[in-house]
Write a protein that binds this ligand. Sequence first.
Ligand SMILES: [Zn+2]
Length: 188
Amino acid sequence: MARPLDPAEAATAAMVHGAQVARVDTAGVTVSGVDGLVSDRPGLPLLASFADCYPVIVYDRNRPAVGLAHAGWRGTAAGIAGELVRTLEREYGSRPADLVAGIGPGICGDCYQVGQEVAERFDGFARPDEERRFRLDLVAANRAQLEASGVPAAGIHVHGACTFESAHLPSHRRRPDGARFYCLVALR
Ligand SMILES: [Zn+2]
């Protein structure tokens, strides 16, 4: 039986809203300058916190190896989901066709209002709204990146909960009180 996960061993990304992804081999580290982590170490939890931005998880069951990224609009515009896949390829020889992916809760495409300067960074994923601003669909943008990186569409699973609409998940847009939810990913 696998031993229990130890929270003190969790590796975290400093989260700077970029697209850098780091390989983690050591428990308990915080990696500066990155928004994504990959590891092939069983029992080494990857941990990140969210409050409207999306967790993106990629899993290679053959290697096995796993990755976790923090995808807000900046990271998504910079291509972090694609970078997560490329890092698994580079570090572990993962084949994108073997990968399965998960996109966690976040602010949905009906609720996430952005200005034109953000919208114009997303070709086809932001639509004009009735308030002369835009609504940005980060799930669709991240799904497209994963598919463009070779992850099979059938292997991409979307949680679907909207943090802004949920009474149970923290949303920075709805209530900017610093509350966050956590996503923990580990190989057993
Ligand atoms: Zn929503």
